[in-house]
Design a protein around this ligand. Structure first.
Ligand code: ATP
Ligand code: MG
Length: 158
């Protein structure tokens, strides 16, 4: 399905922002232009829901969740960053493994199965994109993913 990503993304962020059951502020840095992507909207919603849920769940002291979207060589680059507990450097790449959770004791109280990011990775890869993370333990986490896109040509047909 062809979806305009800005509207799609904003709608998901709105839904979390309106729920207000968290003490985190949202900050959006999204371009004004339209970007059309060929995606499965239900699956992409699941991916973004998990990333935002993680950002909230692993930010017990609040802070900011920042949303960025830029264009890089025919792909959209989406970033969702938080100021939460972060992930020790040696564990960052493992968070996309099935059932992997950084701190078993800590994450047991927070609920979840450790499957969210493994599923997210499968779905982003199936869309022709890549997903990765950068994190500073005690400072916060930034999740990146890309999606191939087609530039809007203003509705002209050739
Ligand atoms: P599920 O998503 O299945 O409910 P989960 O959130 O534990 O459970 P993932 O979303 O796959 O599983 O995340 C894997 C692990 O990576 C988490 O348990 C957590 O330890 C770590 N993690 C993920 N996102 C963040 C984040 N934003 N900040 C800190 N740690 C994170
Ligand atoms: Mg999760």
């Amino acid at each position: 399905e062809m979806v305009e990503f800005n509207v799609f993304f904003n709608r998901i962020i709105d839904r979390f922002e309106m729920s207000k059951s968290h003490k985190v502020d949202f900050e959006r840095h999204l371009p004004k232009e339209q970007y059309f992507v060929e995606i499965d909207p239900d699956k992409l919603t699941q991916v973004i829901d998990n990333i935002i849920s993680n950002a909230l769940k692993y930010s017990p002291k609040g802070g900011k969740v920042r949303f960025d979207m830029t264009v890089e060589e025919g792909s959209l680059l989406i970033q969702i960053s938080d100021q939460g507990m972060g992930i020790p450097k040696e564990n960052v790449d493992r968070i996309f493994d099935r059932f992997y959770r950084v701190d078993r004791a800590r994450s047991r109280e927070m609920g979840g199965t450790g499957l969210g990011l493994a599923i997210s990775k499968e779905m982003i890869n199936a869309h022709g994109g890549v997903i990765w993370a950068e994190s500073k333990f005690g400072k916060g986490t930034n999740i990146f993913f890309t999606l191939p896109f087609e530039m809007d040509d203003g509705g002209e047909w050739d």
